[in-house]
Design a binder for this molecule. Structure first.
Ligand code: GLC
Ligand code: CA
Length: 560
């Protein structure tokens, strides 16, 4: 790479930001009802500032019946009453900026809630009406239209079509829902849909947000005629990277080109990041071409095994594809949709199971000490790689997956739609433990009387061991290492965006250097020697003399 990069201060913030994902329902509860909220976030801004992140991203906070916890939006221009008011939201955006942090909201353009006024109007209107045209309504197949229009399956399981009852009381048309039944897909061929979502962007840009995380960014446009797909047997195949008539269609890029113009029409560096589950990496790169979006999550680390060769190859693939379009990588090791990395990296889970067992692995084999060390090492690796990273609340605490949620408390639509085979994603969405004592759900809630099982998802008694309080100031804790690494990262001009060079250090080692005589080593095999003369800046675990033990990562200042 020969191009000269602007210094950290001069380049756009989104090229190397560390963005903290807040799952609003589970972050902090300010009014004691056991549900996280907007004011709760505001009360924790000092914590986020001290952690050292650059930006926060809030999962959907709009009015919603919460069938998919906010990813079913019933009004894009207001705040869910459980979470607060629009005035609270404006106050939070302002306070976030006062703390020197950027603010990203989640936008859900592929589908609305079935409670959105547009969908309610569509249900009441006749087939062929303008109201129905905002969604994907079709007649069924078979003599009475009794069969779904095609064979598409919902990502959460089951048929992707739901039949409605018409005004005459008889079963009539079908509507498409790629996700839950309560999440009807919008029709992006309809100009009103396009212009409304543009107004939504402007509504939030006017309120000062710095960016958007675009939900299911690869799904809005469907192939004309909605053709059948080759036989699909499993949910993971539905999400498979193979060509699908509803994923990664050419038309989505037109939408992003028009959105980019809107972003650029505002002062400051406004951005958007795509949630596009597409592969190979060259397809991801298409979302971040110069006239489209700024970031697209590199999800490959959500499916990786803890294996040096695989991780090296994934880094290489992502970087090569992005360099061609001049975009920075955006690394992700955790989010609200996957089993937490402490468990995943230990058990070798690749996030594409159909059942609880394939998704969450065998608890009897889980070695939490090893998983924690691997997750810490993964954090040091991503913070040293070129580009930015997105971290998910609780990742900085090394929080493991919560596996002991009672079945009658599971809320993820995946649980029901999989025919109760897959417990779904609730295990990574349990409220955060802030304090070591169980009072108020380990400090999640201001309500001291709140019992652990009165939080919206029950908290487990062991969670106090992972609280922010119990790790604060403790040498070697996940929180301490995260804080130290972020502080160092700010000082190291060579980190973030910019070049990296692989270091050859054996087949079980991932090692690379960055400008400024900086090197990062992650050891996946037997202990290796740290290069002589190198100074250790930080390590994810204890070192043995000048040996780097297995599963451990270090940042080094090396000899020039
Ligand atoms: C995205 C979200 C996920 C949600 C789905 C449907 O994948 O991350 O949580 O269920 O979209 O909106
Ligand atoms: Ca609350």
């Amino acid at each position: 790479m020969s191009h000269v990069l602007a210094s950290r201060k001069e380049r756009p913030w989104w090229r190397d930001a560390v963005t903290y994902q807040i799952y609003i329902r589970s972050f902090a509860d300010s009014n004691g009802d056991g549900i996280g909220d907007v004011e709760g976030i505001r009360s924790r801004l000092p914590y986020l500032k001290q952690l050292g992140v650059d930006a926060i991203w809030i999962t959907p906070w709009y009015p919603s019946p919460q069938n998919d916890h906010g990813y079913d939006v019933s009004d894009y221009m207001d705040i869910e009453p459980q979470y607060g008011t629009l005035a609270d939201a404006e106050k939070l955006i302002k306070a976030t900026h006062e703390h020197g942090l950027k603010f990203i909201v989640d936008i859900v353009p592929n589908h609305t809630s079935d409670q959105h006024k547009w969908f309610q109007a569509a249900l009441k209107a006749a087939p062929g009406s303008p109201e129905r045209d905002r969604y994907m309504f079709c007649d069924g197949k078979g003599p009475n239209g009794d069969l779904p229009p095609n064979n598409w399956e919902a990502v959460f399981g089951g048929c992707a079509w739901e039949r409605v009852i018409e005004a005459d009381g008889k079963p009539g048309q079908w509507y498409l829902h790629l996700f839950a039944i309560e999440q009807p897909d919008l029709n992006w061929e309809n100009p009103e849909v396009r212009s409304h979502l543009e107004d939504v962007l402007k509504f939030w840009l006017d309120r000062g947000v710095d960016g958007f995380r675009i939900d299911v960014a690869h799904g809005m446009v469907k192939y004309p005629g909605l053709p059948d797909i080759p036989e699909v047997n499993t949910t993971s195949e539905m999400l498979a990277p193979h060509e699908r008539p509803f994923w990664d269609q050419e038309g989505v890029h037109d939408i992003y080109r028009s959105w980019r113009k809107i972003l650029d029409s505002y002062p400051g560096e406004r951005m958007a990041v795509a949630e596009a589950w597409v592969s190979p990496a060259s397809r991801i790169a298409r979302y971040v071409r110069a006239d489209e979006l700024q970031n697209s999550f590199n999800f490959e680390m959500l499916t990786t095994l803890w294996n040096a060769a695989e991780i090296r190859a994934k880094i290489d693939n992502s970087m090569q594809a992005l360099v061609e379009v001049g975009a920075p990588p955006s690394w992700v090791f955790n989010n609200h949709d996957v089993v937490r990395s402490v468990d995943r990296l230990d058990l070798g889970l690749t996030n594409n199971g159909e059942s609880t067992f394939t998704r969450q692995g065998d608890p009897a084999k889980f070695n939490i000490a090893r998983g924690t060390l691997r997750a810490k090492s993964a954090n040091l690796m991503t913070l040293a790689l070129p580009g930015g990273t997105y971290l998910y609340q609780g990742e900085e605490l090394g929080l493991p997956e919560v596996r002991d949620l009672p079945e009658d408390r599971l809320t993820d639509p995946r649980w029901k739609m999989s025919g109760y085979k897959d417990r779904g994603r609730d295990g990574c969405r349990v409220p955060l433990p802030w304090k070591s004592e169980p009072t108020g759900g380990f400090g999640f809630s201001t309500n001291e009387l709140l019992e652990l099982d009165q939080a919206w998802l029950p908290m487990s008694p062991w969670m106090g061991n992972f609280s922010a309080e119990s790790q604060d100031g403790v040498a070697g804790s996940t929180l301490t290492i995260y804080r130290q690494a972020l502080a160092l990262r700010k000082l190291e001009e060579g980190l973030g965006d910019g070049p990296m060079t692989w270091i050859e250090a054996g087949k079980d080692v991932v090692a690379f250097s960055r400008p400024g005589n900086f090197a990062c080593y992650i050891n996946f095999g037997a202990a290796i020697e740290i290069p002589s003369g190198a100074k250790v800046l930080i390590s994810s675990g204890a070192l043995e003399g000048n040996l780097l033990p297995t599963d451990t990562a270090v940042w080094l200042r090396v000899n020039s």
